[in-house]
Design a protein around this ligand. Sequence first.
Ligand code: ARG
Length: 462
Amino acid sequence: QDVRLWGGRFADGPSEALEKLSASVHFDWRLAPYDIAGSRAHARVLHKAGLLTAEELRQMTGGLDQLERDVADGTFTGTIADEDVHTALERGLLERLGPDLGGKLRAGRSRNDQVATLFRMYLRDHARILGGLLADLQEALVGLAEAHPDVAMPGRTHLQHAQPVLFAHHVLAHAQALSRDAERLRQWDARTAVSPYGSGALAGSSLGLDPQAVAADLGFEHGSSANSIDGTASRDFVAEFAFITAMTGVDVSKIAEEIILWNTKEFSFVTLHDAFSTGSSIMPQKKNPDIAELARGKSGRLIGNLTGLLATLKALPLAYNRDLQEDKEPVFDSCDQLEMLLPAFTGMLATLTVHRDRLAELAPAGFSLATDIAEWLVRQGVPFRVAHEVAGECVKACERDGIELDELTDEQFAAISPHLGPQVREVLTVPGALASRDGRGGTAPAAVAVQLAEVRKDLAEQ
Ligand code: ARG
C-alpha cells in the first residue's frame, strides 16, 4: 500500500533522491504526541459535523490511544518512506483501524494547518520548560547577591575601573536581563495561543468543522486563526521564539565572559567548583571554565538559528511553501541547546566561590573614587566643570607619585585646589562612595536591598 498522502494523480512513485530530500520524519518525529492530540480534537469536530458516527469516533479515539502508546514505547516509528510525521501517523492509524475508518480522519485538514498547529504546541511547551530553567538561573544569581550583600567590587566601563559598586548590584544587573527574557517568553506565549487547525491547506474547510472547538480542545486560549491563509503560512511565532532564545543566549554569554575573566589568575574574583570545570589532557595544573566558554560559543549558534530562519522566511509568497519545512530544525536546536546549557550554567553559578577580599581590595583601585571627589566639590558649590578638572589633577598627582587618592596629604590636596579641604577624605572610602548612591537603582546597600526584594517578588510571581 502506498503510504503517500498524495499518490492518486501520480503514475510513478518518488525517486530515491527526492525521497531523501523530502523527508523530515527524522526531525519532526518529536511532534508526534502533538499530532495525535490534534487528531483526537479533529475527530471530535468531524463527529460534531456529522461526518463520524458516535461509534466511529469511539473506535477512532481508541485507535489514536493505541497509536500514542505504540509511539511512546517505540513499537511504532516513522520511516523515510513516510516523508513526515503526519504521514507516518496516518499510516499507523490505517494499520490499526483499517482503511475505511482510518481513511476518514484526513477530511477537512491538511498537513499545512496541522504542522503550523503542532509546531505552536511544541514551542509553547518548551517556552514553559525554558521559563523554568531561566527561573533556576535567576535564582542562582539572586542567591549569589544574597550571599554577599555587602561586598564591594570594581565597577567597570570599557573594562576599565570606573566606580565601586556592590557585587550584589552587579549580579542583579544580569538577573534583570534574564527576567526580561522570561517576560518575553510569557508575552510570546500569549501571542502564540492561536490555533491554525481548520485552516486546511490555505482556504479553510467546506465541511462545517468548528476551528474554535479544536482550538479550545488543544489549549489555545485565544481561539483559532482569524485568517486561514495567515494561519498556514505565518511563521513569525517561530522567528520570535528564535529571537528570544538567541537573546537569552546572548545574555547568558555576557555572564559567561565575566566568569571566564573573573576565574583567571589575574582577576581571582571567583573559583569554580571542580564538578563544574574541566581539566587539560596535557597540562596537569589546568582547571578550565568550559561551561562558560560553551555558553559563549552556543550563543553564536543560537544567533545563527535565528538569522538562518529569517533568511528562509524572507520574500516567501503566500501561502504554504515547502521552504517552510526548513523552519523546524533551527528552533528545535535552539531548544535543545538552551535546555542543555542552562542547567549546567546554573550549577556553575550556584557552586562557585566568591573571593570577597579580592573584590573589596580592588574596589577603590584605579582611582575609582575620583568621581566622588568631583561630586563632593559640587556639593561645596564648585561648578562641575571645575570640580572635574580638580579631581583630574588629583589623579595626575597620584599617578606621578604611584599612590592612591586617599594617600594624598592635606597639603597636596590644598595645593591642587583651595576648595579641597581635609573633609574631602570622608568620600574617599568605598563604603562612603557606595552609600552616597542611594537613589532608586543605585549601588547603595539600601537601594540594592530594595532591588533584591523586587527581584525576589518578581521571581515568586513568575
Ligand atoms: N512536512 C511539512 C513541513 O514540515 C508539512 C507538509 C506539508 N507538505 C506539503 N506538501 N504541503 O512543513
